[in-house]
Design a binder for this molecule. Structure first.
Ligand code: NAD
Ligand code: UFG
Length: 349
């Protein structure tokens, strides 16, 4: 890939965004971030610059802006030309989306439409979009193959489903667009330095941030949702993927966009292809951290699937990408981040 490409990263101050921007800078990209800091903090950008070092971070620009506001996008596109956009910006809390669907449709859908319109206006028609394994709903078969029928289980999932459909329509109407839809499975872990990582606001919804907060003493115990699933230990199975592998998956997607003609609009799973149960994840984290994670066995969480993991053949063949890290490294790096930053980017209260 040429070393002088430039990318706009929406939501680049967030969990997956910060890790991906670091890899982009290392790969030689000029990077601009637009983020409204709704679910992130300026400290994350400062740490990113520190990790990248002075030379690489001189190629990083941060714009405080909201995709729902077209003027903010104009400011970003009018100062520089972008070869491609990686679009992370969005709200992602399933429970919140059930209680406040309009917020999710407004933020995720209107924001993305504004982004496509501005990209088209400035002649930038290469897009990598953050989709999710949530578009497989409760899969009838596993592993999940990209060609499966899609369905949504909640308003958050519906925003991903609709945004995939919108991407396909845009590309069909104007074949100059090349769009890659990346369906992430369960991103966990952190950069090996422990300087950047996931820092959810409030009580975490997802398993790994929750375990992490139990390990550092912020929460008393982990509620294990479901112990009567038809799985090897009764708890539900997911495909956890190290966030650095995910970041590299975005570089592979950009390479595909730049190196191939006429790719159209195409979806790829980013997972490891391996399933791990909740109880296995707890044991792996206990081993990595040396901390006991007290658990309480609880009823199933409504809407949860029994077992979800990715088919990874398509990404391997067409993007020449596959995940390198296993559960041990995911837990090691998550614990490194947690032990160095028990309150995330915030100082201990
Ligand atoms: P995150 O919340 O850490 O990062 C998203 C960033 O987008 C935040 O910094 C937030 O401030 C910003 N943002 C949100 N709305 C915005 C708007 N209107 N304008 C500008 N900035 C805005 O989330 P993440 O875990 O890094 O996820 C990134 C993307 O990947 C999201 O689209 C999410 O739905 C998707 N995804 C995440 C997971 C996961 O488990 N983390 C799984 C599948 C898909
Ligand atoms: N779990 C617990 N206790 C907790 C949190 C989670 O037992 O405190 C269990 C869940 O019941 C589930 C498993 O851990 O069985 C994983 O749950 P997560 O919430 O971490 O992840 P999900 O697979 O439910 O969903 C996540 C994101 C979705 C995304 C999906 C696929 O929340 O937005 O991964 O990418 F769509």
């Amino acid at each position: 890939m040429a070393k002088t490409k430039s990318a706009l990263v929406t939501g680049g101050a967030g969990f997956i965004g910060t890790h991906t921007v670091l890899q982009l800078l290392k790969e030689g990209f000029h990077v601009s971030i637009i983020d409204n800091l709704d679910n992130s903090v300026p400290e994350a950008i400062d740490r990113l610059r520190h990790l990248a070092g002075p030379e690489l971070s001189s190629r990083l620009q941060f714009f405080l802006g909201d995709l729902r506001n077209k003027e903010d996008l104009e400011k970003v596109f009018s100062v520089q030309r972008y070869d491609a956009v990686i679009h992370f910006a969005g709200l992602k809390a399933v429970g919140e989306s059930v209680g406040n669907p309009l917020l999710y449709y407004n933020n995720n859908i209107i924001g993305t439409i504004n982004l496509y319109e501005t990209m088209a206006k400035y002649g930038c028609k290469k897009m990598v979009f953050s989709s999710s394994a949530t578009v497989y709903g409760q899969p009838e078969k596993i592993p999940c193959v990209e060609e499966f029928d899609l369905k949504a289980m909640n308003p958050y999932g519906r925003t991903k489903l609709y945004l995939e459909e919108i991407a396909r329509d845009i590309q069909k109407a104007d074949p100059e667009w090349s769009i890659i839809l990346l369906r992430y499975f369960n991103p966990v872990g952190a950069h090996e330095s422990g300087e950047i990582g996931e820092d959810p606001k409030g009580i975490p919804n997802n398993l790994m941030p929750y375990i992490q907060q139990v390990a550092v003493g912020r929460l008393p115990q982990l509620n294990v949702y479901g112990h009567d699933y038809p799985t090897r230990d009764g708890s539900a199975i997911r495909d956890y993927i190290h966030v650095m592998d995910l970041a590299d998956g975005h570089l592979a997607a950009l390479k595909k966009l730049f190196d191939s003609e006429d790719i159209g609009c195409v979806a790829y799973n980013l997972g490891t292809g391996r399933g791990t149960s909740v109880l296995e994840m707890v044991s792996a984290f206990e081993k990595a951290s040396g901390k006991k994670i007290p658990i309480k066995l609880c009823p199933r969480r409504p809407g949860d699937a029994t077992e979800v993991y990715a088919s990874i053949e398509k990404a391997r063949k067409e993007l020449d990408w596959s995940a390198k890290f296993g559960i041990e490294e995911m837990c090691r790096d998550q614990w490194n981040w947690a032990s160095k930053n028990p309150y995330g980017y915030r100082p201990q209260p």
